[in-house]
Design a protein around this ligand. Sequence first.
Ligand SMILES: Cc1cc2nc3c(=O)[nH]c(=O)nc-3n(C[C@H](O)[C@H](O)[C@H](O)COP(=O)(O)O)c2cc1C
Length: 201
Amino acid sequence: MTVKVLGLSGSPHRHGNTETLLDAFLVGAEEAGGETEKVILKDLSYTPCRGCNACHKTGECVVEDDAILLFDRILSVDCLAVSSPIYSMGITAELKGLIDRAQYLWARKFILKNLFFSNAHIVNHKGVFISTAGLSWDNVFDAAFPAVTAFFNTLGFEYYDNIIANDMDRYKGIRGHPTALGSAREKGGKVVGVIRISKRK
Ligand SMILES: Cc1cc2nc3c(=O)[nH]c(=O)nc-3n(C[C@H](O)[C@H](O)[C@H](O)COP(=O)(O)O)c2cc1C
C-alpha cells in the first residue's frame, strides 16, 4: 500500500538547518517504503491572499498561481510535513503566505459547506511540523503552532507530531545537535508505518 509523503520546505535558506531536518524525516519515511517528494516554497511563484473574499461565494481563489497547483498536490498525499525556521518568533513569510492562500478551502468547508473531511479521512492523513530556532527558549515555537494547526485543520490532516530543535546558535547548526537528525529520521519511518496500519483498518 502506497503511503505518499510530501515535505514543504518553508525556509528561504537552501539546505540550511530546517531543510536538513526535513530531509532526515523524508529519508526515514522513504526507508519505511513511503513515496516522498519535497517542494521548496521559495522556488514557487504565489502571491499573498488578497482578502477579497470572492472564495466565500465561489469556493475558488481568483488568483491562479502555483499555490493552487500545490494545494491539489497536498490534498492527494497521506502525510504532509510542513517545515519552517522561526523568524521573528513565528513562521517564515513563505509558509504564512501559503497558509493564508488556503482560505478558499476554509470557505468551502465552513461557508459553502461543500468540502467535508470525515473522521476516518483525518485519522489517515497525518500532519507533521518541522522547525528550528536559533534561541534556546522553551517557548520559541509557540507562535508557530496555531498557524500550523489552522493549516492542518483546513486541509483535513490530523496534527500528528512536531519535530523541533531549538538552540541552533549554540549548536552551530542542526548537524551539531546530538539527537535531532536521528530522531527526525526515526519519526519519518514511524509515521509511514502508522499511516499504513491506519489505512488497512
Ligand atoms: C530573519 C531571521 C529571523 C530570525 N528570528 C529568530 C527568532 O525570532 N527566534 C529564534 O530563536 N531564532 C531566529 N532566527 C534564527 C533561525 O530560526 C535559526 O537560525 C534557524 O535554524 C534557521 O534555519 P534555516 O537554516 O533553515 O534558515 C532568525 C533568523 C533569521 C534569518
